[in-house]
Design a protein around this ligand. Structure first.
Ligand code: MG
Ligand code: MG
Length: 630
């Protein structure tokens, strides 16, 4: 199946768009008339430029307000169409999209529309052009693909087919299975776009909030399974209107688009066996079991500070890498590495951002399969620079230039700590504080980059998106999206900052790109952990006493329990399944921090309701130049 993308999805001029689209591996483009009109070259040259990039024009669009018009509008619409056919001949395009009429004077009637399309079909056929008819969700008379199909069926012309657009079908809540009965050879073209579920005007929703398949909430797999069942074998094309995407690098958007199509085709091929869908060979999504390690890049001076903080939290140095300046600090099942190499990737990230997370090791069911799938989806594998005798651990380039490693038990990569590290026990190791595992890792990024990361995680690992929540920073909103394995063993939160005055935005500006802003460590008894930390000299983030008065009233808490929370600076939240208790470290460097959490029962969230109080407390304690007083 050929993949295609509408030029309107990307920013830049037409030449920049074509370069990005070709580099990402697409075969075709939908050329948006405005992209062509704004480009300063005759149509023949534009057509040649498209082909020079190894691409074809798979669709010319849009042609509006055609069917069902009274005279003299009808005659003029036919004349407009013929002029577009001339232009298409010069561009080398043989398929045009006609979207259902929104003109106030257009008339209804299935047969009237079918007659118009049949008549235009004769003109199109004479020039080797196919017309595709699409129901806009806000069309004046036709706003449902089932009606558009009835018009195409009655037009009964070889040069007239149906265009299906997932947004128009799914946003209106039309059952995608209604597509299954349409013959595949009568479908002229298929357009794909996802969207987040938002209550708003359909036209506005469509023009500004579409997203790549997998990034939104629409049933893209259900739609594609139905399309595949018809036997359709034409192009699959992305038509995504999104203001944020138009502000991002065209190359990133094109790569995300290609990743989303490969993810979707692979999913449909697995869910609808027996239907031949040409899809790139790749292993299935792998189960994500947890975070095996987090590696900080720093220098020896900063490393001592970081080690001090870790020790106060009950971590002990347990080992050293056999060939690199990397220390392993551990507690329970948590491994934190401190890398002070003075060359290599980690060091260059340190020079750019200061002390930063440069590598994250994920524990997966099958590391080699994860690498193969990541590569098939477009990630860049990184050759492991293992010295003789060290393990070859599969890796890709991960969060904003850092690395992501995949470790599994099945192929023995969990021997990492015995093979690549030698014991180096801490002389003054503190007593453990009850921290058992990494609960979640929070990455901060710009809002547009967040969409890339959502797609990255859900396409690679057996994870799902939780509903997006708004974290209220007094200086602006931060959108937060959690990605979770079904058993909760692996959790990532992605935080999209829209301005640099929020705590997340400030961190982002200072860290030059997305990176890990906090790591949450799970304990089974947060009060015992808090007491152990206090005995080690750990200073928690101080929470305003007023918070606790409100909390007690809000949740009808026992005053003695509230007093224990207040004394230990522990924040509290509750949902219909359980309770959540949180404690924060003070910020480190430009805003990094640790969080300690206890989940009771089946609490699913991350304490978003407490974020404003946490952020206010952080801003009181940490107010670098340029950070507004709140
Ligand atoms: Mg469309
Ligand atoms: Mg958190």
């Amino acid at each position: 199946m050929k993949t295609s993308i509408a030029t309107v999805c990307l920013s830049g001029d037409l030449r920049e768009k074509l370069a990005a689209i070709a580099a990402a591996g697409f075969e075709g483009i939908e050329i948006f008339e405005n992209d062509f009109l704004a480009y300063d070259a005759p149509p023949r040259e534009v057509g040649a430029m498209v082909r020079d990039h190894g691409l074809e024009v798979s669709l010319f669009q849009p042609f509006r307000d055609f069917e069902g018009l009274p005279e003299p509008l009808r005659g003029r619409a036919f004349e407009r169409a013929r002029r577009k056919f001339d232009l298409m001949g010069e561009l080398g395009a043989d398929r045009i999209l006609i979207c259902s009429n929104t003109h106030p004077e257009s008339l209804g009637g299935i047969d009237r529309a079918a007659d118009d399309l049949r008549a235009l079909g004769d003109d199109a056929a004479a020039r080797g052009i196919t017309i595709g008819f699409e129901a806009l969700a806000w069309g004046r008379h036709i706003d449902d693909h089932r009606d558009a199909w009835e018009i195409v069926r009655r037009a009964d012309h070889a040069a007239v087919g149906l265009v299906l657009d997932s947004f128009h079908t799914l946003a209106k809540g039309i059952d995608p299975d209604s597509i299954r009965s349409i013959p595949g050879d009568r479908i002229a073209f298929v357009q794909l776009a996802d969207a987040p579920m938002i209550e708003m005007d359909l036209l506005y929703w469509s023009r500004h909030f579409r997203s790549m398949p997998g990034q939104g909430d629409l049933d893209m797999a259900g739609f594609m399974r139905a399309v595949a069942a018809t036997g359709y074998d034409g192009p699959l094309s992305l038509e995504v209107f999104n203001d944020q995407f138009r502000g991002a690098l065209p190359r990133t958007i094109a790569q995300d688009g290609q990743r989303s199509l490969r993810w979707l085709m692979d999913r449909v091929a697995r869910e609808e066996p027996g239907i031949a869908i040409p899809v790139p060979e790749m292993p299935a999504r792998t189960a994500a079991e947890g975070v095996e390690f987090i590696e900080f890049a720093t220098d020896p001076h900063e490393a001592a500070r970081l080690a001090g903080l870790l020790r106060a939290m009950g971590f002990a140095r347990v080992g050293r890498h056999v060939s690199k300046n990397v220390e392993r600090w551990a507690q329970g099942g948590i491994n934190i590495l401190i890398n002070t190499e003075d060359e290599g990737l980690a060091h260059s990230l340190y020079l750019l951002r200061g002390t930063t997370v440069a590598d994250m090791g994920l524990r997966v069911a099958d590391a080699a399969a994860t690498l193969a799938r990541a590569t098939a989806l477009g990630s860049e594998p990184v050759a492991s620079a293992a010295a003789p005798g060290e393990l070859e651990i599969p890796a890709i380039r991960g969060a904003s230039g850092g690395l992501m490693h995949f470790v599994d038990a099945a192929s023995g990569l969990d021997r990492l700590w015995e093979v690549d590290f030698r014991p180096d026990p801490d002389a003054d190791a503190p007593a453990p504080a009850g921290l058992a595992r990494i609960d979640h890792v929070a990455q901060t990024m710009s809002f547009e980059e967040m969409q890339s990361w959502v797609l990255f995680y859900i396409s690679l690992l057996e994870t799902e998106k939780a509903p997006m929540v708004d974290v209220i920073d007094p200086a602006g909103i931060v959108r937060s999206q959690a990605i979770e394995a079904p058993d909760g063993g692996f959790r990532i939160t992605l935080n999209g900052a829209e301005n640099s005055r929020t705590m997340a935005g400030h961190f982002l500006a200072e860290s030059y790109g997305s990176s890990v802003q906090h790591i949450a460590l799970a304990t089974h008894d947060i009060f015992a952990t808090a007491a152990a930390l206090a005995a080690n000299g750990f200073a928690p983030l101080a929470i305003s006493p007023n918070y606790y008065d409100d909390l007690e009233a809000r949740f009808s808490l026992d005053p003695a329990f509230t007093e224990r929370l207040r004394a230990a600076h522990i924040l509290y939240d509750r949902d219909d399944r359980g309770e959540f208790l949180q404690l924060y470290s003070q910020t480190y460097g430009e805003g990094f921090f640790f969080e300690i959490v206890e989940r009771r029962g089946g609490y699913r969230g991350y304490g978003a309701a407490n974020a404003p109080f946490r952020i206010a407390a952080q801003k009181r304690a940490f107010r670098p130049a340029g950070m507004p007083r709140q």
